[in-house]
Design a protein around this ligand. Structure first.
Ligand code: C2E
Ligand code: MG
Ligand code: MG
Ligand code: MG
Length: 291
């Protein structure tokens, strides 16, 4: 397709580009009505203590219930929202909804858990991010210890001094900071020490290979030891089976998240999951025994 053989040869390629641009435009246009029409929804995925099976928290993950296209993944629309300047509105909604929901669960007497919200690079550069977070916590009477913000390595490595300032203000509010997809970005170990971080999340690409490759354990082990030497909690993302969980446990990993421990689920379903967790332990006996 890249070969140019004549005037007509480029048409399929051009056509494809055009379609993609159209798709982006239509997503962009639809995004503007999505908030007003309440088309966004948060799913919640459990974070589990690897040694006890206790449910320590949940990550809030946005989905877009599009009236014609069905459920759209954040990997599709978040980048578009970032580019068209709409992300701040989306992020405010996510933060508000996650805090509202967590506060409602606590009021209903469910085990108290922390909720993690993903923050985009654009949000992190807003000088008023700390104020927005503080106001949201007050609005829902949620104690800051029950909120965590997830940022990626590449986000914090750009403009380090500004970001450290923002993260420190958030930390002094009492909100936790987690570094997402750890190991995939360009992180500097020297900077890592300066970040007020509570948790490193090992990217799921390292977890995927952990049981298969002869040296699949090397990087997870390095990250786990690094986290512990910095007195930071470490969580493995994307745990899909018992073998991966067992290896991570043997390497000293603190927490795990992944389809094996629970898929991202709608609020109602997550609430049942939490309710049926005896003493806050994972409701699935197989998982309680695996950990
Ligand atoms: P992330 O924060 O790293 O979230 C983890 C992603 O891995 C989620 O995809 C989750 O559904 C998926 N996952 C969890 N366990 C497993 C597993 O065992 N196996 C596999 N294969 N995948 C697993 P999701 O929900 O599609 O989100 C994708 C990304 O979109 C997130 O990556 C995050 O960067 C972004 N995102 C999601 N929600 C929000 C949001 O509210 N705001 C912003 N700014 N970004 C968001
Ligand atoms: Mg995340
Ligand atoms: Mg991640
Ligand atoms: Mg990710």
């Amino acid at each position: 397709r890249a070969k140019v053989e004549g005037p007509g040869a480029c048409i399929p390629y051009r056509h494809e580009l055009h379609l993609r641009a159209m798709e982006r435009n239509s997503i962009e246009r639809d995004l503007r009505v999505a908030l007003a029409q309440r088309q966004f929804v948060l799913f919640y995925q459990p974070k589990v203590d690897i040694n006890t099976g206790r449910i320590n928290g949940a990550e809030a993950l946005i989905r877009w219930q599009h009236p014609e296209r069905g459920l759209i993944s954040p990997d599709v629309f978040i980048p578009v929202a970032e580019r068209c300047g709409f992300i701040s509105e989306v992020s405010k909604w996510v933060l508000d909804e996650a805090c509202r929901q967590n506060s409602a669960w606590q009021a209903a007497g469910l085990p108290k858990i922390g909720i993690a919200v993903n923050v985009s690079a654009v949000d992190l550069r807003r000088p008023d991010l700390t104020d927005i977070v503080a106001n949201t916590l007050v609005r829902h009477a949620l104690s800051p210890q029950y909120l965590e913000l997830e940022v990626t390595e590449s986000m914090v490595m750009r403009d380090v001094d500004t970001v450290i300032g923002t993260l420190r203000r958030l930390r002094s509010l009492g909100v936790g900071i987690g570094i997402d997809d750890f190991g995939t970005g360009y992180s500097s170990l020297a900077y890592l020490k300066r970040f007020p971080v509570k948790r490193l999340k090992i990217d799921r690409s390292f977890v995927r290979d952990i049981a298969d490759l002869r040296d699949g354990k090397v990087i997870p082990k390095v990250i786990i030891d690094l986290a512990h030497s910095l007195s930071v909690n470490v969580l493995a993302e994307g745990v899909e089976d018992a073998a991966q969980l067992e290896i991570l446990r043997s390497l000293g990993c603190d927490e795990a998240q992944g389809y094996f421990l629970g898929r991202p689920m709608p609020a109602m379903e997550f609430e049942l999951f939490l309710r049926h967790a005896p003493n806050g332990l994972h409701p699935d006996a197989a998982i309680r025994h695996a950990v």
